[in-house]
Design a protein around this ligand. Structure first.
Ligand code: ZN
Ligand code: ZN
Length: 357
């Protein structure tokens, strides 16, 4: 992880900061390689310090490279503050999007330093993945897709959304994932119009929409995929229409992806297709998001997004059309932005498929 420490120090210098601190698991995984949930890091121009308590010392010694590891007792934020104070650091950068008010108060009360909000310091590094990270996302995605391929033929009338979601998550773990990368979404029938619905006791029936949005986490990296099927027969002409429309929008966005294109433009490529068909109000969420250590990370693709795509970004392209009370369709692929376009990591068929009951 020493090359990431070096890159972070460059960003620190550019922002005029004297140091960087973090108590955030995702940040500390990226910068120090630590997969535990409780740790602190302090990076200065010439020091890299890793703090943890007794529970994690052995794990840290195995995983963390390039840092002086110190076992501490008591409140981690206070010990971190003391380390800052001892070094008389000024302009200490931190990530305001992650730090709790409680942690911030402990730091301010004990460190006697000035803290500077640096929300982009690490995320500007994390949003472009290196080869090893892309390989990990690819492996997580392949694992999750292998579960889909095996579970689809098993679908029978009567299985509930909750049972199907549990089957996915069980298989993720049995095949080597640490777990799902977010709560698996399995939504049947009209409930598929809930863009972020929670699986419930609804039992599968012939003629249902089946919306599956899922991913797993494997070796610290996430995957994400959505497919929408018809079970037994097409629910109605409306479903065929919005499925074709969503797929056309998704393909339009994939066509638009290449380095230098703004995140807003890619969102608009899909959104225009849906709006022109009169369904603009039925696509109320952003087109996609970065995926890596976290399931939702930079960059964001939506109408208000800033920034441009860069080679090495791993993002989702997931337009959807949702008809309240009737049903919805979302089609989501996980892609890597390449030098001249993109590579789609997800292989599963996206054309309308009628699952045999
Ligand atoms: Zn998803
Ligand atoms: Zn997603």
């Amino acid at each position: 992880m020493t090359h990431r420490i070096t890159a972070l120090r460059e960003n620190l210098a550019n922002e005029g900061c004297g140091a960087f601190i973090s108590l955030t698991p995702a940040t500390n995984q990226y910068l120090a390689g630590f997969s535990g949930t409780t740790s602190a890091i302090l990076i200065t121009p010439d020091e890299a310090l890793f703090l943890c308590d007794f529970r994690y010392t052995e794990q840290a010694q195995e995983q963390v490279r390039g840092y002086a590891i110190t076992e501490v007792k008591g409140k981690l934020s206070e010990r971190l503050a003391e380390a800052v104070s001892e070094r008389r650091l000024s302009a200490v950068g931190f990530e305001p999007q992650y730090m709790t008010v409680d942690e911030f108060r402990a730091l301010q009360a004990n460190a006697g330093s000035v803290f500077t909000e640096t929300p982009e310091l690490v995320s500007s590094l994390r949003r472009r993945k290196d080869e090893s990270e892309i390989a990990l996302v690819r492996a997580a995605s392949e694992l999750a897709e292998s579960v889909l391929v095996d579970l689809l033929p098993e679908l029978r009338p009567g299985i509930t959304e909750r049972e199907l979601a549990a089957r996915f998550e069980y298989e993720f773990k049995m095949r080597g994932a640490s777990g799902p990368s977010f709560d698996t979404m399995a939504l049947f029938g009209a409930r598929s119009s809930l863009p972020h619905g929670q699986p419930g006791d609804r039992a599968l029936q012939e003629g249902d929409v089946v919306l599956l949005d899922f991913g797993c986490r494997r070796e610290g990296y996430c995957s994400d995929l959505t497919r929408t099927y018809a079970f037994g027969r097409i629910p109605g002409g409306w479903f065929q229409e919005i499925h074709e429309l969503t797929l056309a929008a998704q393909r339009q966005a994939l066509e638009a992806v290449r380095p230098g294109v703004s995140c807003q433009e890619v969102d608009a490529a899909a959104r225009d297709v849906i709006s022109n068909a009169g369904h603009g109000s039925h696509f109320g969420h952003g087109l996609g998001h970065g995926v890596g250590i976290e399931i939702h990370e930079a960059p964001r693709l939506n109408p208000e997004a800033t920034g441009v795509l860069e080679a090495g970004m791993v993002i989702t392209i997931e337009p959807g059309v949702y008809l309240p009370g009737q049903g919805g369709v979302r089609i989501e692929d996980l892609i890597v932005v390449t030098q001249d376009g993109c590579e789609v990591l997800t292989r599963t068929q996206k054309e309308l498929e009628i699952l045999a009951p």
